[in-house]
Design a protein around this ligand. Structure first.
Ligand SMILES: Nc1nc2c(c(=O)[nH]1)N[C@H]1C(S)=C(S)[C@@H](COP(=O)(O)O)O[C@H]1N2
Ligand SMILES: [Mo]
Length: 362
């Protein structure tokens, strides 16, 4: 039996470790939970497909594996709160788990395409949403967990939304949503519902707490919980994540020894915006943005428009204290990171330049 936590498990890996490997192993990924892990039986578990469909389905895990083509997708999965720490320290205090830069992983997921499953059920709406639910555990702010994505995104084969049965060619672990979870490439992790038990085609967005009262970019006027109240139901839920990059090493505040040619080696990851991948360029600067140098993108087997790019750069820096390196990614559609992104109360979708500050270079 795997060890089960007493509180919803929220943790992120060491960032230096995380950027060592293109594929994140099952022990290196972050964990984000609003509930305790339910331990489900794959032999009896069922996923209901209902709502605006001609033929509602009740699919076992065997059905999902044997009755549909299995589709692999390598993609980044990230919490919308990734990098919240940078927003709260660089801009202003925010509410939420204090994620640093490690609430993201890049894995290979395999399972049937959502579009194939929906086609079998016969979708009778042209515009609407596909809601995903897990009724298997009580959440901290709701009795179930749920999310939805636009129906048109769900129906597009090339958007590669899948019902994952495997991660990195092994059955999901309990923590990753065993026996089945949604994987929504390009879209915030909050929509990648674990321990999935229901898929509903509907006109409205999902009304779960985590869809309506969380994971939204509130306007800057929403400066506290009270002032936020009137905005929650007006603002759209986060779907596509923004282009991003971080510096995994050196870490801020560390002492760095220069290479023989007077350069410092920086490494990190870069993420494309939503469906606009892949990342095509990462630039770094050691003079506060006066000059930018292109980093080397590390090509890896299995990379896709949805995966992250690991990068490495050797950048010239004079010895001294209080040195800083910044990174900036650009994706195939030309989206590029701003210096700092806009403050919002819940600290979601921070995508200002990646940084390694307060370096002592010798
Ligand atoms: N059923 C369920 N699914 C869930 C969650 C949850 O609490 N319960 N958390 C969501 C959030 S906010 C994120 S970021 C991802 C995290 O996935 P991971 O724990 O595999 O990293 O799962 C999503 N799916
Ligand atoms: Mo999340």
């Amino acid at each position: 039996m795997p060890e089960l936590p007493d509180d919803p498990l929220n943790r992120e890996p060491d960032i230096q470790q995380l950027v060592q490997s293109f594929i994140t192993s099952k022990t290196d990924g972050y964990d984000r939970n609003h509930c305790l892990h339910p331990v489900l039986n794959a032999k009896t578990h069922k996923v209901t497909v209902d709502g605006a469909v001609d033929k509602p389905l009740e699919l076992s895990i065997d059905n999902l594996r044997d009755d549909f083509k299995q589709h692999p997708v390598v993609c980044a999965l990230q919490c919308a709160g990734n990098r919240r720490h940078t927003m709260r320290t660089k801009l202003k205090e925010v509410n939420g788990v204090d994620w640093f830069d490690g609430a993201v992983m890049n894995c290979k997921w395999t399972g049937p395409r959502l579009s194939d499953v929906l086609e079998r059920a016969g979708v009778s709406l042209s515009d609407g949403h596909v809601a995903f639910a897990c009724y298997q555990a009580d959440c901290q702010d709701d009795t179930w967990y749920g999310a939805s994505i636009p129906l048109q995104r769900a129906m597009r084969q090339d958007m590669e939304v899948i019902l994952a049965l495997e991660m990195n060619d092994e059955p999901l672990t309990v923590g990753r949503g065993y026996p089945v979870r949604v994987i929504t490439p390009g879209i915030a992790g909050a929509r990648a519902v674990k321990w999935l038990d229901r898929i509903t085609v509907q006109r409205e967005e999902c009304m779960n707490h985590y869809m309506v009262f969380d994971y939204k970019i509130l306007p800057p006027e929403a400066t506290d919980t009270e002032k936020a109240k009137k905005y929650w139901e007006k603002m759209p839920p986060v779907q596509d994540m923004p282009v991003n990059s971080v510096i995994g090493s050196p870490s801020s505040g560390s002492a760095v020894k220069r290479n023989a040619n007077g350069t410092v080696t920086a490494r990190g990851y870069a993420l494309p915006g939503g469906a606009d991948g892949p990342v095509v360029k990462v630039e770094v600067t050691a003079d506060g943005g006066e000059t930018w140098q292109e980093a080397d993108l590390i090509h890896s087997v299995g990379e896709s428009q949805w995966s992250w790019k690991l990068w490495v750069a050797k950048i010239a820096i004079e010895p001294g204290s209080n040195k800083a390196i910044y990174s900036k990614a650009t994706d195939a559609a030309g989206n590029t990171q701003p210096d700092k992104s806009r403050w919002n109360l819940r600290g979601v979708c921070y995508n200002g330049y990646g940084d390694a500050t307060d370096l002592t270079v010798t």
